[in-house]
Every structure is written in structure tokens, then in C-alpha cells.
Design a binder for this molecule. Structure first.
Ligand code: NAD
Ligand code: MG
Length: 390
């Protein structure tokens, strides 16, 4: 039986992962499940999957979790240190599906144990790509992509020589506002930004899809995962979300990965890799689809995309600055303090003003320097946001 753990088990990716696990319960021995405030879900899944330990990110939720697990023999724990402790428990396969930079310490810990870390949480590669790859290498651990675009690229590279790759094209649905007049975006509400035309995902990534911050993170994720140069990475708007990514080779061939927009494909591919097993996803009827469309992203509509290329050009800890500023700008948008288009403006200002040397951060990338950078950039974003609050 394979030992597995799921970080962020109560979220959209976590629940899709559990759906796959529950179809073959005899194959897995569940070590740890973690969640946030949804204790009922966490406890229910921990009991159903007979996990060894369940962890909530929030200390004040511990009594509720203990009560919900009473009599089950499952260990209940809470807080950041408990998340890392859970990640230190030996597991063969670990799903990294906590949203945001909060997933970094548990993810690194799982790699240190030599686990195969399936990475839904793209923020980790954006904040600390070099550190993650080096930790995986030095502990004989493996990173597998779960983001649909990156899973598609990964599958397109099987048996290929990375040196023969000319370009990588990742697709973007265009999000909730792709057909809105530009002027109207200023007044877009949180509720409007929280509904995705094709994918059913957590609220934060859904809003990031509308602003294309999600695609900006994914461009950086592509660079970190596949070590291609920034100028080899293209984004194309594809409203149907059927083609997830394409890999272009030096002989001109362009290999596309197609599938229904269902995360259980990419999760299942990582779960069963290097095998391909049957998965409960819709099979495409191409004649019914009839057509697939593509268009260039409009830079005026999606300023976040350009920022990703600036961040890659600067390198070092700028990915951590970018992600942290984005996370705070998103918090403030959700709280109603800034408008939809202000998010990109705030992040651009934080990036413009951030000087690693000035901030005493002109050093190697470690968990500590990434954390300090993350903290400083969040404060910078909060200061920028003060200018908007009247
Ligand atoms: P979600 O909001 O539905 O779930 C997030 C999970 O993380 C929950 O279990 C929550 O309890 C936990 N969590 C939140 N804050 C935490 C904290 N501070 N500490 C510890 N745990 C915390 O999010 P999601 O849509 O499942 O996305 C998870 C990750 O996967 C994100 O990085 C997202 O970008 C990525 N991703 C998601 C999808 C998708 O279809 N949902 C697709 C591709 C990539
Ligand atoms: Mg994606």
C-alpha cells in the first residue's frame, strides 16, 4: 500500500484528490490530511480514509477538531508547526494543495523526507523555485506538476529531449471578464470575479484567473519547472479550456494536450505516474465541440502578465515579492478595500520599489530569506493599499 498525505485536503484540489483515493481505498494508507476552518469536512474525510493524523492550520480550531475525531484514534493537531510535523511523517506521495505561500514549509519538509510531491500549489515554485528544486535533488525526492497546463507540458515531454523544445504555450480561459468592456472592469465586484466560466476552483485562484494573475504565476511556474527561457514561454487565450498546453519542438511540431476541464485528470496523472490508469473524466467528443478558438491576450486587459516577465528578468527573490504582493492585493480586493484593476497596480508598485540589496536580502535563497522577503513585500503592499483607502 502506498502511504499518502494531502495538504489542503478540504479545498477544491484536496477534495478532487480524495475523490480519486476513495475509488481505490485498498491501494492507499493515508498518513496526514490537513485543512483550515472547515473542521467537519476534515474530520469526516480523516475518519473515512482512516488517516493517522488530521491538522487544522488554525490553533483556535483544535478543540473542535479534537471533539470531531473523538474515539477515532486519529491524532488531532493545529498550527504551522503541526503542519510541518505532519509533513515530516514518511509518505510515498504527497499532495501540495494548500493555497498560497503558506504551503512552502510543509512542502519543503515533505521533499526532505524523499516523498514525491505533487504540486498543485504553484505559489511554491514562484516564491522559491530554486530552493524547491535543490531540496528535491539533494533528498532524492521528486516534484510532479498538478496544475493542468504544467501536467499537459510534462506529458508532452515524455520521451522527448528538453533541448529540442523551442517553445511552450500555455492556454488561459480569459476568466470571468474576458468579454467585458475594459472600462467596466474597474467596477467588477468580488462576487462577479469569483465565478469561472469553465473550471470549478477555490475562490482565490478563480479571482486570479479573472485578473490573469493566475496565468502570470503559471508562466513563472513553467520557467521553474521545465527550465525554459522566459522568451520561450507564450500565453494564448483559449476560451473553451480544452487544450491545456502545447509544446513546440525545433522541427516545427506543436504537440497539444486536450481534455475536459476536470482537475481529476492532472491529479490522477500525478497519482499514478509513471503509469496511466483509467480516470473518471469526461471523454471529449470532438465533432460536438466542433471548434476550438485562440487569441492573443490583450495587455491592457491583463497587466499582470507583463509583470511575470519583469519578475523573471530580475530573478532571485523577486518571485517571492511578486507572490506576496499579489496575495495581499487579493486579500484587500476580497475585503472590498481596492478595486479589481487596482490589484495589478499595487503589485507593480511593490515590484518597482523593491530592492533586495537595500532590504538586506542580497543573499542565497533559503526558507528564511524567502520568508523575510514574503513578510516585507506584504507590508509594502499594505502600505500601497493605504493610498487607496479614503
Ligand atoms: P481552496 O481555497 O479550495 O483550498 C485551499 C486549501 O488550503 C484548503 O484546504 C484550506 O483549508 C487550506 N489553507 C488555506 N489557507 C491555509 C493556510 N494559511 N495554512 C494552511 N492551510 C491553508 O484552493 P484550491 O482551489 O484547492 O487551490 C489549492 C492550490 O492549488 C492553489 O495553490 C491553487 O493555485 C492550485 N490550483 C488549483 C486548481 C483548482 O482547480 N482548484 C487548479 C490548479 C492549481
Ligand atoms: Mg492552471
Amino acid at each position: 500500500m502506498r502511504k499518502i498525505s494531502i495538504f489542503g485536503a478540504t479545498g477544491s484540489i484536496g477534495q478532487n484528490t480524495i475523490d480519486l483515493i476513495r475509488r481505490a481505498p485498498g491501494d492507499y494508507n493515508v498518513v496526514a490530511l490537513t485543512g483550515g476552518a472547515n473542521i467537519a469536512q476534515l474530520a469526516q474525510d480523516a475518519r473515512a480514509l482512516r488517516a493517522d493524523i488530521a491538522v487544522t492550520a488554525y490553533d483556535d480550531k483544535l478543540p473542535e477538531l479534537r471533539a470531531a475525531l473523538d474515539g477515532s484514534g486519529i491524532v488531532a493537531a493545529a498550527g504551522q508547526a503541526a503542519l510541518v510535523e505532519a509533513a515530516s511523517r514518511p509518505a510515498d506521495w504527497v499532495m501540495s494543495a494548500i493555497v498560497g505561500a503558506a504551503g512552502l514549509a510543509p512542502g519543503l519538509e515533505a521533499l526532505k523526507q524523499g516523498a514525491t510531491l505533487s504540486l498543485a500549489n504553484k505559489e511554491l515554485l514562484v516564491c522559491a523555485g530554486a530552493l524547491l528544486l535543490e531540496t528535491a535533488r539533494s533528498h532524492n525526492a521528486r516534484l510532479l506538476p498538478v496544475d493542468s497546463e504544467h501536467s499537459a507540458v510534462f506529458q508532452g515531454l515524455v520521451g522527448e529531449d528538453i533541448a529540442a523544445v523551442e517553445r511552450v504555450v500555455i492556454t488561459a480561459s480569459g476568466g470571468a471578464f474576458r468579454d467585458w468592456p475594459l472600462e467596466q472592469l474597474k467596477t467588477a465586484t468580488v462576487a462577479q470575479a469569483s465565478s469561472h466560466p469553465n473550471w470549478d476552483m477555490g475562490q482565490r485562484i478563480t479571482i486570479d484567473s479573472a485578473s490573469m494573475f493566475n496565468k502570470a504565476l503559471e508562466v513563472i511556474e513553467t520557467r521553474e519547472f521545465f527550465r525554459v527561457d522566459p522568451d520561450q514561454i507564450e500565453v494564448v487565450v483559449h476560451p473553451e479550456s480544452i487544450v491545456h498546453a502545447l509544446v513546440g519542438f525545433r522541427d516545427g511540431a506543436l504537440m497539444a494536450h486536450l481534455g475536459a476541464p476536470d482537475m481529476r485528470h492532472a491529479i490522477g496523472y500525478a497519482l499514478h505516474w509513471p503509469e496511466r490508469r483509467e480516470l473518471p473524466v469526461e471523454r471529449l467528443d470532438l465533432a460536438r465541440l466542433a471548434q476550438l478558438t485562440f487569441r492573443a491576450p490583450d495587455p491592457a486587459r491583463y497587466p499582470a502578465l507583463r509583470l511575470a516577465y519583469d519578475v523573471m528578468a530580475r530573478g532571485g527573490l523577486m518571485g517571492a515579492v511578486f507572490n506576496a504582493a499579489k496575495e495581499r492585493a487579493l486579500d484587500h480586493f476580497i475585503a472590498g478595500r481596492i478595486g479589481f484593476l487596482d490589484m495589478a497596480e499595487v503589485v507593480a508598485r511593490v515590484l518597482d520599489q523593491f530592492d533586495s540589496a537595500d532590504r538586506g536580502l542580497d543573499e542565497a535563497m533559503t526558507l528564511d530569506t524567502v520568508r523575510r522577503t514574503d513578510h516585507l513585500a506584504r507590508m509594502d503592499a499594505d502600505n500601497e493599499i493605504l493610498k487607496y483607502v479614503r
